[in-house]
Design a protein. Structure first.
Lengths: 327, 327
DNA sequence: TCCTAGCACTCTAAAATCTCGATTGCTAAA
DNA sequence: TTTAGCAATCGAGATTTTAGAGTGCTAGGA
């Protein structure tokens, strides 16, 4: 258990280190507290023994350890108000009724990346609530046609398919068959339904069913695809902890790795903080993320920055966004 | 005018420097030529006076100047055959008839970026040959509807619009009006036609014409939008000439700057090489680019790398791709 | 006239050394 | 329990040293 004074010292060190990125010495702390630097040093020694602080070398000031950040985040952090300008910028996005949700997310995370200098990730999926509403076909010429699928929440997916020696009637028949069987199906059940219920029917009634089936399968399953967008990647370059090219390479390649990003999802619905080794990205970063869900979309938004991250500001901003879009 | 021997020396220096990225000394050259290092040194001195070579400091080996690269590219470069593995990889993409052209371009440039370690840019526009084929509307619910536009080459664009208190008949009427007037129009004339011919008609016959007009305007003009894609951006990090973070920041921000990328287009239809200050990106890079045109698409592909770039390989690859897609 | 061997000279990159100042841990006294 | 005082530690930056690669120039040979 930490004493009140130890907590104060830890808090000051974390805040100071986040601000200045330099190991914090006892002098700086004792100026802000009513005690001598020697006292602070004794306390710091104890905090170090508990694993909350670290030294970069024998005679350096202290730096928070991951455990130290964790303690700060769990027990000491105070959420301040967002400042007016930030809220104003974000509001202009939320108030723009022209934009689709995914645009709103991207734009608001652009703003957040700009004001925080961190990197954001949006992982967006059409919500399970989307049901198929209509499949239609527009012939372009004798060989190419466009398949268009719309969900009841207004999502649209389309794909061109090239068919040789398939009559338009054959296509229309397929469309009708599929439409009759699949309209109203939630998008995450489409794939199974196609494979087990619809494929056999088409195979029975339609010539060249394989080509047609595959084409429709593609466009129908595309609609439930996850969509990953990384915003403010270049901000990585701004932080001194990523001053060496190899670290940058590593983080950039992780940010490009879709499979890794898809894994940042979690069941939990709060705002989650993963410090250093707690996340899969890199021991040098912190990932703060939360899930969101509306009737149309669901997904995850995450902010990635150095462990020395402005925790309360990021948590505040994510919370604000989440509330706005779930509104 | 350069003597044969001077040309040989320049060529060797350029090739050697491209390979090893270290200033080239007279010793290395005289090993490959039938003369002493002193002779080579004398020639190098002359080449330096002509501005084709540079020294990094008084007693270093020589490095090609921009003018030196230019001379090499214009007069000395020999285009070798592409190796079989590279051609094979690219062929698997070109042979995949499932893919749309823009996918083919992106995928083949991914391959090129991978084998060369350079960065590629695709700037893709629907070709002027595209003409509007059909505009249709799918109502999602009482307030949201999807507008879908298809061109005769099979391109599709869609957009959701939200309408309050607009009857479906009113919408259908608008669609019919627009369809009648605009079908068959080449996409790059759509914008003007909408503004000067169609807007007045809609204004006359349709209530709430402004909302409807704007919605249709957006989706109809989106279809002729330029599409910029940057491939292999992280490759920038691989080259020692971009070893410092500030240069990386600079180039990354240039690569993100759409307006800059849109300017890489040129009327010329050959493969163009812009070395250092000859391009607008950065004095540290070379941009090699070419235009392409098919009935459906047209645009530019460009490869960006350090000035110390493998010129003949990149030219070869671009030439190959261009021929394949224009095929 | 052109080429080349030889040599003094230049300059860098890396290693080694020095210096300064910040910060620590410890001790002893308040 | 706190604090003042002090020797000890270490890094960051400046300075020096060293080794080696490469040059320009000169003078003699083809």
């Amino acid at each position: 258990m930490l004493t009140k004074r130890q907590e104060n010292i830890l808090k000051l060190i974390v805040m100071e280190y986040i601000k200045l990125a330099k190991p914090v010495g006892s002098k700086l702390i004792c100026d802000k507290l009513n005690c001598s630097s020697a006292t602070v040093r004794n306390e710091m020694m104890q905090l170090e023994e508990m694993g909350l602080l670290e030294k970069t070398h024998t005679s350096s000031g202290r730096v928070p350890s991951e455990k130290g950040y964790r303690y700060y985040v769990d027990n000491l952090m105070e959420l301040k108000q967002l400042n007016g300008e930030e809220v104003y910028k974000l509001q202009t996005v939320f108030n723009n009724s022209q934009l689709e949700l995914s645009d709103v997310l991207n734009k608001s995370l652009e703003i957040i990346s700009e004001i925080t200098s961190y990197t954001s990730v949006v992982l967006d999926t059409k919500s399970h609530d989307n049901k198929l509403k209509e499949i239609s076909v527009v012939p372009v010429n004798s060989e190419i046609l466009v398949v268009i699928v719309v969900t009841d929440q207004g999502y649209v997916e389309h794909k061109n398919i090239e068919l040789h020696n398939v009559s338009l009637e054959e296509v229309q028949k397929t469309v009708k068959l599929i439409n009759d069987l699949i309209i109203g199906t939630p998008i995450d059940e489409v794939s199974a339904k196609l494979e087990f219920e619809i494929k056999p029917v088409i195979a029975k009634y339609v010539k060249q069913h394989e080509i047609l089936y595959n084409a429709f399968y593609d466009v129908l399953t595309d609609i439930s695809t996850k969509n990953v967008n990384v915003v403010g990647k270049n901000n990585i370059l701004k932080h001194q902890e990523f001053g060496n090219i190899d670290k940058i390479k590593d983080i950039f390649s992780k940010l490009d790795d879709k499979s890794l990003l898809e894994n940042i999802e979690e069941t939990n619905n709060d705002i989650n903080i993963y410090i250093g080794h707690e996340n899969k990205m890199s021991p040098d970063v912190t990932v703060i993320k939360t899930n969101y869900k509306t009737s149309k979309d669901e997904g995850t938004i995450a902010i990635i920055g150095p462990k020395r991250m402005d925790y309360d500001k990021v948590v505040n901003l994510l919370d604000y966004i989440k509330k706005q879009i779930e509104g």
